[in-house]
Design a protein around this ligand. Sequence first.
Ligand code: UD1
Ligand code: CA
Length: 456
Amino acid sequence: MRAGNDAIAVVILAAGQGSRMLSELPKVLHKIGGVPMVGHAIAAARTLEPERLIVVAGHGADAVRKAVGALDAEAQIALQDQQLGTGHAVRQAMPALEGFEGRVIVLYGDTPFISPETLAALRDHPADVVVLGFDAADPGRYGRLVTGPRGLERIVEYKDADEATRAITLCNSGVLAADAAMLGALLGRLTNENAAGEYYLTDIPALARGEGASVDVVRCDEAETLGINTRAELAGAEAIFQASARRAALDSGVTLTAPETVYFALDTAIGRDAVIGPSVIFGPGVSVESGAEIAGFCHLEGCHIASGATVGPFARLRPGAEIGGDAHIGNFVEVKNSVLAEGVKVGHLTYLGDADIGAHSNIGAGTVTCNYDGVMKHRTTIGEAAFIGSDTMLVAPVRIGARAMTGSGSVITQDVPDEALGLGRAKQVNKPGLAARIMAALRQTKAQKHQKKDQG
Ligand code: UD1
Ligand code: CA
């Protein structure tokens, strides 16, 4: 028996092909809540504050390595070139566990809904080896947990089970916790003499028993163990994720006027008393402070919206958009990689990319930061309390001073000093009577054309 307060390492199995997805993309990189499936397992694992986190990759290992690196800079990758079974997979992680003393918890990369509470129960259980089991409504082809008075006796894989064992409904989720040194030693003793010809991780409990170790089961809800094998299951998992994210938002004091139309990402963070309208879509990396309001049909990704700001309807905030307190972003406005200070107003039909905008500036309708010259990106800087006239083209790099203005329809290619008015448009001339003469001439041309047609 163990004290239950030792160090934790997590191994996530993600080497399988997932052939039933019919995909070029490794299964664990298909997304749920805007984040690759394996990211959900990593996020759950991180709640245990593990000393080490190792992802075992095989099929599409380069892509998995890249995605995992982007999700978690501290995670290590172990390679399993050939998928010889779950026990073999964990064995490939042992070199990365060199020198680690404590409890290893094995998770699957394609099982995204294991809860932090369940992982904590596995961490805290006193047995030397602990398996996460569940009572299956339809036990199907899951491994069966054979229990006795001393806890878990052994796991029998479906393929290897007799009728009596197949009648057991307590099933193996695949999640297992064991002391690192014991696990390492027992993995070395696995054989592939079974119906699948694989090295089963599920043989570990019986081997541990043989050594006199304590082995037990922690039970969880079947919903937590949901694994994804097909596109239909992926879509089902997305629906489950969204339903629980909506409930969590409502439970934390966020107003959702039409919850079933709002889509969240795994890491969406929304403060109390924020109001989210219908059909708002959150991509990864969005935080909304309390009291902000996002009106309907907005698409947000990688952005931060400060308290009191109002966004939308029909706005798009892309990565690097920082919307200051009490700022306003109106309809058909796109903001990318731009910092808008407090109280900035961008009401309509505008693109702001690679810009810094000072407090309380007003950006007129139809303004465009021309940030891309075809090769490089350039920044636009606008001082505080500036007034950008409607339909201003800000050709970056360019700087507009504090309290400066630009005339409507200007193409601004040079800096505008503080408090100056920048005008970059053709001077207006009026031609008396010319409009009427042009209209008369056009009508005459049209009449002559019709005449020719009638005669011809
Ligand atoms: C496994 C369990 C079974 C359990 C079920 C729960 C074993 C032998 N069986 O069966 O008791 O009820 O999960 O879903 O462990 N993987 C690798 N490398 C490999 C093999 C698998 O990384 O060589 C990964 C897969 O990518 C997957 C996970 O391990 O994420 C489970 O593998 P899978 O082949 O689906 O196991 P099952 O046959 O479903
Ligand atoms: Ca499986």
